[in-house]
Design a protein around this ligand. Structure first.
Ligand code: FAD
Length: 572
């Protein structure tokens, strides 16, 4: 196995939605800069967009403004968001969408040439090929792409990020990429909790199963400030296929009903918008119905026409073909029977919720030389595809400016050597036939702890201090076991590092859930010991920083700043 040493002006880790846009923006603004993307999979079909999309979920339709969008996002996030971040990303929606349309994304238009809205903030696209389209744009712009190279840690020099290290999952080469600036864009974290599906289907998760929280973990290990992990994302999805429900709920106007046919959202949550209540409530409402014996819960599609049913299927073919196959295989006609829904396992995802790096308005993290964009970046929920593009653009502009006045850092040799040893130790353990554990067993350990004590589906996502203390204690025993992890091959090695990263993320997540002593986001993080939303004490961000020397996680808060005037609990 060789060592590949590369020098680049800007390193982008993660060639997904935000990473590709960041690369294009950098090369357009600074054609002479060298830009390298380090991507664990292959950029052509990687990350959340790998299977395609059928809508851009964050867009300013006619009459809407960055302020009205921010107001909505604040309402949807139960009154607490980084308004500066939401404003800055929404100002770039149009710029990004027009750009990607120019590269070849088909966006549905009406006879006057206006984009066809799907709800207040969405537009319809034929996005099956969205990922190859943006990947091609990044390649055409001149970015160097390292496919199948998984990042494992930042290179730290003098307290700054000076690039990253990783390994090729194809040939096992160790990669040292030295950079003047680094953009982390690795998406969120799946697989922290026991998945709803078991055995061979265990990786059938809603969130991309390959986004395993590497970017969070690398930041946590380096001592970066993180925010709002306790705002987990628990989505309402079509049962078994995990297809997104927005396509149905917004696409054909389908309300939630319980097993008695009652429209419970309209009846019980009318004061916060009924079926248009903030997203956490749209998961919380059905959970309560199931808990109280009125499950299963459905989206009522029985009013739709045969044509609407066909349109629905064609929308899913752009993003979730398995939904259409499932209906066909089970002879289900959504115009004749309602569609059963279920909540997913919890994820840490800064693009749907706001868990991630604490950044300034330029998406600069708390560590010099490091910028964060997309689902890995915190404080700005409701990003979706276009917000991730916008954050890629913002981070690229700031990183591009930063490298104009900075050089390559002097990197201590031991930083590289230690990481190389750490990275390959599971392979060495296998070679030396130590009595170790495989990554699957470790994954089961962490998922069982999180499921049972840190608010998994089995406990209706509820947490309290006592349970979280158990989770904290049990998780604290896992890092000592990393040295016994074994990997038979490079794929196994990748999985071993995925599970290590998940442990770091889980530990920080538990601290965050324990620290916020209120229930701000019912459904996402319902505290049975602090059941109410408490603006007097908790209208602020819960942040953390792990000390790289001691491993202690320090918890603290940052104030909320209201920029857009108006009632924080109203969508308009
Ligand atoms: C199933 C699904 C459906 C969705 N539907 C819609 C929709 O219809 N409309 C909408 O607007 N939004 C939708 N979203 C949300 C949107 O797709 C995401 O918010 C967005 O794509 C995230 O972009 P990102 O750049 O942060 O992450 P990604 O696009 O996922 O990119 C992350 C990249 O990092 C790579 N990576 C991960 N770990 C490493 C590592 N260690 N080293 C190197 N590379 C690494 C991954 O392989 C990936 O390429 C959906 C999301 C999902 C999961």
């Amino acid at each position: 196995m060789e060592k590949n040493v590369i020098e680049t002006d800007v390193l982008i880790i993660g060639g997904g939605t935000s990473g590709c846009l960041a690369a294009v923006e950098l090369k357009e603004l600074y054609p002479n800069l060298s830009v390298t993307i380090m991507e664990k999979a292959h950029v052509d079909r990687s990350g959340c967009l790998a299977g395609g999309m059928n809508a851009i979920n964050a867009y300013l339709n006619p009459g809407e403004t960055p302020e009205s969008f921010t107001k909505y996002v604040r309402f949807d996030s139960c009154g607490l968001v980084r308004e500066d971040l939401v404003l800055s990303m929404s100002e770039l929606f149009e710029y990004c969408v027009k750009k990607v349309e120019k590269w070849g994304l088909p966006i549905l238009c009406d006879e006057k040439g206006n984009y066809v809205p799907r709800g207040r903030w969405n537009i319809k696209i034929n996005g099956e090929s969205l990922k190859p389209i943006i990947a091609k744009a990044a390649k055409n712009a001149g970015a160097k792409i390292l496919n199948w190279v998984t990042a494992t840690n930042f290179i730290m020099a003098d307290g700054k990020v000076a690039g990253a290290m990783g390994f090729s999952i194809k040939n096992g080469n160790f990669f040292i990429v030295k950079a003047k600036a680094t953009i982390i864009a690795t998406g969120g974290a799946a697989g922290i909790y026991k998945p709803n599906n078991a055995h061979d289907a265990q990786h059938k998760t809603w969130y991309s199963p390959y986004n395993t929280g590497a970017g969070y973990a690398m930041g946590i290990r380096a001592g970066a400030e993180m925010t709002s992990f306790e705002m987990r994302y628990i989505g309402l999805r079509v049962k078994d296929t995990i297809a997104p429900t927005g396509t149905i709920a917004l696409g054909v106007g389908a309300p939630q009903i319980n097993s008695k046919g009652e429209k419970f959202m309209a009846a019980k949550y009318a004061h916060i918008g009924g079926d248009g209540a903030p997203t956490p409530y749209r998961s919380h409402g059905p959970l309560q119905e199931i808990k109280e014996g009125r499950g299963p819960v459905y989206l009522d599609t029985r009013h739709i026409t045969a044509q609407q049913a066909r349109d629905l299927k064609s929308a899913f073919l752009d993003m979730y073909p398995s939904m259409v196959l499932y209906w066909a295989a089970n002879e289900i006609d959504p115009s004749k029977e309602p569609v059963e829904v279920q909540t997913t396992e919890p994820y840490v995802v800064g693009g749907h919720t706001q868990s991630g790096y604490w950044v300034d308005v330029n998406r600069k993290t708390s560590i010099e030389g490091l910028y964060a964009a997309g689902d890995v970046s915190g404080g700005a929920p409701y990003k979706f595809v276009s917000g991730c593009w916008a954050e890629g653009v913002i981070a690229a502009r700031a990183a591009g400016e930063y490298v104009q006045k900075t050089g390559f850092a002097q990197i201590p040799e031991n930083v590289l050597k230690d990481e190389q040893e750490r990275v390959f130790s599971p392979l060495m353990n296998q070679t030396h036939k130590i009595d170790g554990i495989n990554n699957y067993d470790m994954e089961v350990r962490i998922q069982k702890i999180m499921e049972e004590y840190a608010g998994g589906a089995a406990t209706f996502y509820e947490v309290n201090d006592e349970r979280l203390q158990v989770a904290r204690r049990r998780l604290s025993t896992l890092p000592d076991q990393f040295k016994y992890l074994m990997a038979e091959d490079l794929h196994d090695l990748m999985k071993a590092h995925e599970v290590i990263d998940r442990v770091y993320v889980a530990q920080v997540l538990v601290e965050h859930m324990m620290y916020r002593k209120e229930t701000r986001w019912p459904g996402y993080c319902t505290r049975t010991d602090y059941t109410e939303l408490d603006d007097t004490n908790w209208l602020k961000f819960v942040n953390s920083r792990r000390d790289p020397e001691t491993g202690n996680i320090e918890m603290f808060t940052r104030p909320y700043e209201q920029i857009v005037p108006g009632d924080r609990y109203k969508p308009r």
